[in-house]
Design a protein around this ligand. Structure first.
Ligand code: PEP
Length: 256
């Protein structure tokens, strides 16, 4: 049985009220293999809400097996960076994970591989586990460049952050064309890229990180994705905002 993870990326959704309802629903419906964990549970569950509800979430999750994560962090510890949040601040409020290099941040905030590497170093220093997103656009896939694009993202990440940081990170393969589109990669398409990421990590760094798939994962396709040998779980966007869908994906991970 392999170790699995289901992480929810809430993006810029939720108020204190709606977050409370969502968290209470998820915690109340967790399957026994997650709730009865004793340190060697095989399925980890993480939620990554917006900053404004992290405090509420930390409070509600205090006695639950669900871990908390941020969706981004700054690479400096503190300073005059208006509107930013540091990795230490995430740890301070109860986070153990942080999503870095999401394609929405690469696209909308021009985050480079080297900046993502600096953020990951800051995250690991603060005691967080980075969930580092990689993935190709539709045009890049159609040109047959998927392996090169993902390979370059990984290589530049390790060049900036070091292989020790990769060892402390989780990789999320998120094809840009599958995020928020309802068009998930097929299990075979995802497995091919996951296998390539694992091979590169093993050959170049002697590491075999946990590799999540992200991109339109839902209650219907989770199981077939999780059956793939190199898919260790999912980073879930839209479906993590529904108690029913998120629990169904967790159950698929538990049963895989
Ligand atoms: C994401 O934003 O990381 C994501 C995978 O979104 P969705 O599941 O909605 O495609």
């Amino acid at each position: 049985m392999k170790r699995m993870m289901v992480a929810g990326n809430w993006k810029m959704f939720s108020t204190v009220n709606s977050a409370t309802q969502l968290i209470e629903g998820i915690v109340g419906g967790l399957p026994a293999p997650v709730t009865e964990r004793n340190g060697d549970s095989q399925t980890d569950v993480v939620i990554c809400p917006p900053y404004t509800v992290l405090g509420t979430a930390a409070h509600l999750l205090a006695n639950s097996p669900i871990a908390l994560g941020g969706q981004n962090c700054h690479h400096e510890q503190e300073g005059a960076f208006t509107g930013e949040v540091s990795a230490q601040m995430l740890t301070d409020i109860g986070c153990s994970y942080v999503i870095l290099g999401h394609s929405e941040r690469r696209r909308d905030y021009h985050e480079s591989n080297s900046l993502i590497a600096l953020k990951a170093l800051a995250a690991v220093t603060a005691g967080l586990t980075p969930i580092v997103c990689v993935g190709e656009s539709l045009e890049q896939r159609e040109r047959g460049e998927t392996a090169d694009v993902v390979g370059t993202q990984l290589t530049e990440f390790v060049r900036g952050a070091g292989s020790g940081c990769l060892a402390a990170s989780i990789i999320a393969y998120e094809p840009v064309w599958a995020i928020g589109t309802g068009k998930a990669a097929t299990p075979e398409q995802a497995q091919e890229v996951h296998a390539d990421i694992r091979r590169r990590c093993e050959e170049q760094y002697g590491l075999s990180p946990m590799i999540l798939y992200g991109g339109s994962v839902n209650a219907n396709n989770a199981q077939s994705l999780f059956q793939q040998v190199d898919i260790d779980g999912a980073l879930v966007g839209g479906a993590s905002l529904s108690v029913e869908s998120f629990l169904a994906i967790i159950k698929a991970a538990v049963g895989s």
